[in-house]
Design a protein around this ligand. Structure first.
Ligand code: 9MJ
Length: 671
């Protein structure tokens, strides 16, 4: 037998202690001190050591536990079938290994078929329905026993109190369903706004907000929280089911919402491809996902595969790269934005967060720095969410050494040196010097950005140069630049000058909403610009509109209305607009609403269409008033089938859903 090295014994002991502490901080206090990635790394290291040295087995090791201990305030209930957590994978080769393992256990060389699902970053729950009625709901707890949170779950709109009676499925006598409770981005934003209004600490992320909301002892508080649920599996049930996909379809039929991005019948290679597609799409989703779950589809094979003490052998979570990491703040400086707002920015010890090197993070404003007690030299948790600027989530106070320095907002603008002001009741500190070059540069960058004039090649560095050399004194001057003037700039050859001049010329045809957004009117972002463009249809109409008329538009309101009217009232702004239009900028106004020919019709897409991507088809259907759903049900009006259709085609045939091809769809769209 191998002799165990004392270093290994100590390492295992230290990892267990650390992980126990982090479990407590995460699950009980909802106040984690390390990133999930760091936690996962430690857990994997401990698991590997324990596997290599079985003599070190300890039933109390953090690896022997499925989840959190139940909270004492709630009653507990035993799950009929343990709610296991999923094993994790982080690379393609670990997924290929998973597939190999599955086939080895099953003793087959045949290709396996899997169902793939986005992995929601929320809290696992189990709901028990008897005779179609929700009777009890519980958290996963430690996997064996969960906390009873029925009253709280009853407040979640997407968790039905009664199952749907369908022709196809008679209501099961007993059904235990499992799913993930979460809070979406929009709900999270408004919840935190409300927390701040009430002078309460905002939640660090949607997951913490969902956890805090679900574990409220007073369910009237939970009722005010924007909790949602997607279902993804069953516990004990008397439904006779053959496959996981059939399970999900059945849940859907019974009125239990499943995620529309779930895909059935994929090979392991297709699963890996779908993971990449999901990772790219991740930031566009209205809720957080932290990976993709791959599940063996055939339930009899799932049974054969069984589980380890920790997780099922028939499923694996392919995690995305972590979006949170810890690092140190080296310094804090201040940036001036296009509206003169001073934003403190942290310079970080560079750190890889979810595959991108992060060097800077926004600290938002003075109040945020004070609230989070962020100091120069602090070790902090940084977070990146999609395309959003990285931000500091919290300070790791235990890493403080005493040399950290408190940051103070400057009294003067760091660019033009004029005195800055912070109005009463506002969080923002502003430079109000209208001729401040920092503001001008930012306004021009906004004007030429995507979603506005979208001028290819007019990058930030070039704008800085053009302003510094007095070639741009306003955004209207862009249209008075030419290749000759541009060629004089640093790192600008004749060809790139010519290309940029062409891009400027091309940008002169602009949709009204993009034009409005480009002007940089306070409170008029892309969304509001679209609303205003749709409502007022032309620039003249909007110029003539009163505060009341604009304020009455749904989605606008008095703050926006006042800002728009004030903007157009100022002569300098009117002159800018005239100079833009005088130089042949052509604003494209939408003259008539597209006919909503497919109003309320539900479409499902399957297979590869001839020359449309699914996203293009979806956009066209939605523009005509239709809806695109991810799965076929009785509510589906049309299944659009391309080549190599999936199982949706058979289901559509079973349910008598009309099946059409791309050409028919295009005809319906009047193309
Ligand atoms: C999440 N979190 O979205 C499972 N999950 O299946 C999905 N979790 C799961 N499936 C078995 N989609 C255990 C956990």
């Amino acid at each position: 037998m191998k002799e165990i090295d004392a270093d290994i014994v100590n390492k295992v002991k230290a990892l267990r202690e650390t992980l126990h502490r982090h479990n407590y901080l995460y699950y009980v206090l909802d106040n984690p001190e390390v990133s999930d990635a760091e936690y996962d790394r430690m857990m994997r290291e401990l698991t590997a050591l324990e596997e290599a040295w079985p003599e070190l087995y300890d039933p109390d090791s953090p690896t022997s536990r499925v989840g959190a201990p139940p909270l004492s305030e709630f009653e507990t209930i035993a799950h009929s079938i343990p709610m296991l957590s999923l094993g994790n994978a982080f690379t393609d080769s670990e997924i290929i290994d998973f597939d190999r393992r599955v086939r080895k256990i099953l003793g087959t060389d045949d290709e396996m078929l899997y169902t793939v699902e986005p992995k929601l970053d929320g809290l696992a729950v189990e709901l028990v329905y008897e005779n179609g009625k929700l009777i009890v709901a519980s958290t996963r707890g430690d996997g064996i026993n969960g906390e009873v949170i029925t009253a709280n779950v009853r407040t979640i709109r997407s968790a039905p109190l009664l199952l749907q009676d369908t022709e196809k499925w008679s209501i099961p006598l007993r059904l235990e369903v499992r799913g993930e409770v979460f809070i979406g981005h929009e709900g999270f934003r408004s919840l935190n706004e409300e927390q701040l209004n009430q002078k309460l600490t905002p939640f660090a992320n949607p997951r913490n907000a969902a956890a805090g909301s679900l574990r409220q002892l007073d369910s009237s508080i939970t009722a005010k929280r924007p909790l949602e649920i997607f279902f993804y599996g069953v516990g004990e049930t008397d439904l006779r089911l053959k496959s996981h996909w059939e399970t999900l379809q059945t849940l859907q039929e019974l009125g239990l919402r499943i995620n529309p991005l779930i895909r059935p019948e994929v090979t392991i290679e297709e699963a890996v491809d779908y993971y990449k597609a999901l990772e790219n799409k991740r930031h566009l989703l209205p809720y957080d996902i932290d990976g993709m779950v791959i599940k063996v589809d055939d339930l009899s094979l799932q049974m054969k595969l069984g589980s380890t003490s920790r997780s099922p052998r028939w499923a694996i979570a392919y995690k995305f790269k972590a979006m949170q990491e810890t690092t140190r703040i080296l310094d804090i400086d201040v940036q001036v934005g296009r509206t003169g707002v001073l934003t403190p920015v942290a310079h970080l010890q560079p750190v890889n967060v979810g595959g991108a090197l992060v060097r800077r993070a926004t600290l938002h404003n003075e109040d945020e720095i004070e609230r989070k007690d962020i100091r120069i030299g602090d070790t902090v948790l940084v977070q990146r969410a999609g395309d959003v600027i990285p931000e500091v989530v919290k300070v790791i106070e235990s890493k403080r050494t005493g040399v950290e320095r408190i940051f103070h907002m400057p009294l003067n603008c760091p660019v033009c040196d004029s005195t800055v002001i912070r109005a009463k009741g506002e969080t923002a500190t502003r430079c109000i010097n209208a001729t401040c070059l920092a503001q001008l540069k930012e306004r021009i960058k906004h004007f030429s950005s995507k979603g506005a004039f979208d001028i290819d090649g007019l990058g930030d560095k070039l704008v800085d140069q053009l302003v510094d050399k007095s070639l741009l004194a306003s955004y209207a001057d862009i249209f008075y630049l030419d290749a000759v003037k541009l060629e004089d700039m640093e790192r600008m050859g004749a060809r790139s000058a010519e290309k940029l001049a062409c891009a400027i010329e091309k940008s002169k045809k602009i949709k009204f909403n993009c034009f409005l957004y480009a002007l940089g009117i306070r409170h008029v972002g892309e969304h509001v610009a679209k609303i205003l463009a749709r409502e007022f249809k032309s620039l003249d109409n909007l110029l003539l509109a009163t505060t009341e008329q604009i304020g009455a538009v749904e989605g606008a309101g008095s703050v926006i209305a006042e800002s728009v009217v004030n903007f157009f009232k100022q002569n300098t702004n009117r002159e800018l607009i005239s100079r833009i239009i005088d130089n042949n900028v052509c604003i494209l106004f939408q003259t008539h609403e597209k006919e909503k020919t497919l109003e309320d019709k539900v479409f499902v897409l399957t297979g590869t269409l001839e020359d449309l991507t699914r996203d293009q088809a979806k956009e066209m259907i939605e523009a005509a008033g239709g809806r695109v759903s991810g799965s076929v049900s009785r509510k589906t009006d049309y299944l659009v089938a391309g080549s190599s259709p999936g199982s949706k085609l058979n289901l559509a045939k079973d349910l008598d859903v009309e099946i059409i091809d791309q050409a028919t769809l295009q005809k319906m769209l009047g193309m």
